[in-house]
Design a protein around this ligand. Sequence first.
Ligand code: F6R
Length: 613
Amino acid sequence: MCGIVGYIGQKDATPIVLNGLKRLEYRGYDSAGLAILENGQIEVRRDAGKLERLASLVQESPLHGQVGIGHTRWATHGEPNAHNAHPHLGMTGDVVLVHNGIVENYLDLKEELKEEGVVFNSETDTEVIIHLVERYLGAGRTLEEAVRAALLHLRGAHGIVVLSKDEPDKIVAARMGNAGGVVIGVGDGEMYIASDLPAILEHTRDMVFLESRQMAVVTRSGVKVSTLEGQELLHEVQTVSWDPVSAEKGEYRHFMHKEIHEQVRSLTDTIAGRVDFDHGRINLPKLNLTPELAERIERIYIVACGTAAYAGMVGKVLIERIARVPVEVDIGSEFRYRDPIVDENTVALAISQSGETADTLAALEEARQKGATLWSIVNAIGSQAMRVADGFISMQVGPEIGVASTKAYTAPLVDLYMLAVHLAELRGVINEWERKGLVADLRLVPDLAGRCLDREAEIEKVAQALVEVRSALYLGRGVNMPTAYEGALKLKEISYIHAEGYPAGEMKHGPIALIDADMPVVVVAPRDPWYEKMFSQIEQAKARGGRVIAVATEGDERIPPIADHVLWVPETPWMLSPVTTVIPLQILAYHIAALRGLDIDQPRNLAKSVTVE
Ligand code: F6R
């Protein structure tokens, strides 16, 4: 996960920046760097590898100054090496930048800048940003104005921090979308900047959180916040708690809310380091998927529980469709008691946030005894599901504290998609053109998730209309059938409202009898190959007096006239649509539970890690 730290004050910036980066280490990274303003010049040290490597570079060639920025990087565009590590300098060496996020339109911007004579030093998408800043500085603008002008060219979600030798008493930071936060820590004659609170909590508890499309000009004595359009804003300094766990919650009331909002970043980090956009390839080194294994796999059992099992159901559609390998999804607690047919050509793939779920581990054990290869997609580093597997994909979402899983649902959807593409390539079942298309679509995911989050206020209004309901039905089909299951699970576990997820095609075989004016029906109906079927489902529910809440694709004109409420999602390639369709349902459940005043992060009777059978 990329991390950002910055400092401007009276002290030596180097150890402060290095320490801050160290505190973000748990998020994972594959290169690191820092830039210090030393005697009026910008000095950069950066390299692939861990922070120890950066620290030794600094020891060999020390840096002293009172202003500095640093970064830990998970590679997205370009491999982890010194050239691609942040910070990135402009051509003159007078400005320097660190960045979190993916510049979706970087190829177009790179071409444009090359035509203007810009020479690129890295393969990163990030480098276009600093050259854009330099372009506007060259036209006589201040650093703040140049950053503002540069940002208006970028598509995607971003957190950036920039330093200029010509304006040595300030750092400019900005946030667009939710590629991670930008928080400014207020000290006495000194200020701190970070992507995540833990990086700076040891220095101050007084924080200014930047919202999306806001910029900050940070000096030793204060911070000026403005919109990207240039309108100055009054900002609030929030004092975060001394309790380290509550402190992590930052600007949010609940961890679940924070974690829902972290999804742009967690999805960026899920892709980072695994996707080579230039060649359209997926790289999952820890999975140990050899061409020989890919060739001989006859069947994959996905074993998981709860939310993780629903992610697995999406994975079944994706792997069968893309890699043409039969997949069965087994609930962990069922697998071992039914003597499943497993041999050495079988893969058992566990999905688990905690990596310690007893039923999932028992399923892996059963598969191991029958000779299967074991894989896991797991969040908690070093957990049992990671250790016992022959290969794994780590989720890269950071700690998930809210009991109701959110970011640890969307990340494995993308992991399974990447696994399907990788497997398909090794088995020779997709051509290069198809593969490149599927890989290119991944670049869109973080921003699409961000656009779902931007609609939170609308979803909150729908939550107000549903706060008193006693029961709800969630319907979906195809790749979004599990979205209905997951949406219903989110609602029931945190709001204690009875909710049932159902395959829409099964309604006529019984559950349709439940529909009346008191039964809200949440219909997941994005523009995917099952759209027409879902549309007629809405008509059927309405014909029986049901109250329909539809998840629909922006621009859909057929659904609004017949649905009571619409939860909009942006147009998303259908195989990735479960990532976007679930977000409004997470937000809906969250707000219903919040309006009911419930203990959202620790719902009754539930534990985050279920280590008993
Ligand atoms: C629901 C939820 C649970 C977990 C399940 C498996 O929001 O969090 O259904 O998904 O208990 O947990 P892990 O993923 O840790 O194996």
